[in-house]
Design a protein around this ligand. Structure first.
Ligand code: ADP
Ligand code: MG
Length: 509
């Protein structure tokens, strides 16, 4: 069990009341090893529910129809399209084998008008943008240099809106989000809508795959690193995808041996049966646009961490334990405290914490702050940031544990704890375990590809994740589980999905 005194810097005196309140905050926000274990067990249980029923209320465990993983030998030029916000990104990815690749891309602005126009107009715009991109001389030359197997250009489509997928190249839009309202799309197959537009505009491109960004992240990391098992996002939101044995997926049938599952883990433990939410989390949830949904994501991801911290700071201000009880218009405003401020605050290791004073003044309009105030602000950021990292690691650990239990990872004989109670070790044969125990060989490392600003930029996030992984999976976890940055899921990952889809359909005809 971590004690809050670990956070306290020795050179400041807190009043008795400050110490009391901060100590109890620390208790609420600090996740013990035992709590992590309980959460992990429940996460694995909720994964099973989602794998066996389409009515799971927590983890949706969506089959993606992506039934293979790249091994880095793939070659050819593929298009990738990324529609998820105000920009449409078109990329040409040239896979060169040997885990090497080249990417060319261009962004097109999706105007406010297009975000609300009839979907035919939106799709025509996309088709024309693709045409413009590939007809640029530079790009055509690249394609000729590295042709893919078919004469039509194959495209992977990262579409970051809620979709029910029915095949690797078919998915029905459930609802628009993020400001889009194009009539004629909800309830329709989004791939067909795009293919129709490409045909209308006589663009010789075939939409081969529809991909979620977590799946793209897993595929992109797989191309670069062998043994990639999980793709995860810790950015605006959080989610993960992993490789599951087909026999464990009871919600569909497939001839393939394995399939990538989109966990939709932001919705883990929606009813808060084990998640230790605080009053500050509940306040955030109530005031959000989707109360009661994605409660787990709201404790972890970039969109929310600043807001939790803001709630805690106001709680302290209102008790006159911070800034002499004075707030500012910015700090009073919903979403007024950004997650990147926490990163900057945690980065300040100076003895006087003057950089924190600058953030408080310039970004938050708090001009009167003492060194004790700054110490408290940093302390709160550490509590919220550390909890986020430990919960993130818990999700990764649960997926690894599922892989060990389900046999997806068993052939490697990893020396990791499958269950805390009986300390069962996932040993398959003695000699391999020896080798792993002395530092796993490259081949035996379980790789996790991660995308997102929180993982990439939040100080100590990765180290805190490793600490928690060790606590949950056993002390050798960090030698066996490798967290790595995978930046281009929606480009490289989508291109790889197009390649896998094309190879599969070639194989089946
Ligand atoms: P997206 O998830 O939308 O693709 P990102 O991975 O860049 O984009 O994540 C954006 C989120 O990261 C935002 O919620 C933002 O608050 C947060 N963020 C941006 N910069 C930082 C930073 N330096 N430290 C921590 N979080 C950050
Ligand atoms: Mg992103």
């Amino acid at each position: 069990m971590l004690s809050s005194s670990q956070f306290l810097s020795p050179h400041f005196k807190w009043s008795e009341r400050q110490s009391q309140v901060l100590e109890s905050l620390a208790q609420e926000f600090t996740l013990s090893t035992a709590q992590l274990e309980t959460l992990t067990t429940e996460f694995v249980r909720q994964m099973h529910v989602g794998l066996t029923s389409t009515k799971s209320k927590d983890l949706a465990m969506i089959p993606t129809f992506v039934t293979g993983r790249p091994d880095g030998h793939e070659r050819g030029s593929y298009l990738a399209l990324d529609l998820g916000g105000t920009n449409l990104r078109v990329c040409l990815i040239t896979l060169k084998g040997d885990r090497q690749l080249e990417a060319h891309q261009r962004a097109f602005k999706v105007s406010d008008h297009l975000q609300e126009a009839d979907v035919t107009e939106l799709m025509d715009f996309i088709a024309i943008s693709i045409q413009e991109f590939i007809s640029s001389e530079h790009i055509s030359a690249k394609i000729v240099e590295h042709p893919s197997d078919s004469d039509t250009l194959e495209l992977g489509f990262t579409f970051s809106f809620p979709v029910t997928q029915t095949a690797i190249d078919a998915g029905v839009l459930l609802r628009w989000t993020k400001g889009f309202h194009c009539p004629g799309a909800v309830g329709s197959d989004i791939v067909q809508l795009l293919q129709d537009a490409l045909n209308r505009k006589k663009v010789n491109v075939h939409v081969a795959a529809l991909v979620n960004d977590t799946v793209g992240t897993l595929l992109a990391h797989s191309y670069k690193h062998a043994n990639t098992f999980i793709g995860a996002i810790f950015g605006t939101g959080t989610n993960g995808a992993y490789v599951e044995s087909a026999r464990n997926i009871k919600t569909m049938t497939t001839d393939a041996d394995e399939m990538i599952i989109n966990i939709e883990w932001g919705n883990f433990d929606k009813d808060k049966t084990v998640l230790p939410v605080t009053m500050h989390d509940n306040k955030l949830d109530r005031e959000s646009i989707n109360p009661g949904i994605h409660v787990f994501e709201k404790m972890i991801s970039g969109m929310y961490l600043g807001e939790i911290t803001r709630n805690v700071l106001l709680y302290l201000i209102d008790q006159r334990l911070l800034f002499e009880g004075t707030s500012s218009p910015t700090l009073n405003r919903h979403w007024g405290f950004e997650t990147k401020f926490m990163s900057a605050i945690e980065q300040d290791n100076s003895s006087t914490l003057i950089p924190i004073a600058q953030i408080l003044e310039q970004d938050l309009g708090i001009y009167l702050n003492t060194q004790v105030d700054r110490e408290i602000v940093k302390f709160v950021c550490q509590l919220v940031g550390k909890r986020a990292a430990r919960l993130s690691a818990m999700a990764v650990a649960a997926v690894v544990r599922q892989g060990l239990k389900a046999g997806t990872l068993a052939e490697h004989g990893y020396p990791l704890k499958v269950s805390a109670n009986d300390e069962v070790q996932a040993k398959q044969n003695g000699s391999k375990v020896e080798a792993v125990g002395h530092g796993a060989s490259t081949k035996d490392i379980i790789r996790v590809g991660i995308d997102g600003s929180v993982f990439e930029h939040y100080p100590h996030f990765e180290e805190r994740m490793y600490e928690a992984l060790d606590e949950i999976l056993g002390s050798s976890a960090r030698e066996v589980v490798a967290l790595g940055i995978a930046r281009d899921g929606s480009g490289v990952g989508a291109a790889l999905a197009a390649l896998i889809a094309t190879k599969n359909s070639a194989g089946s005809t």
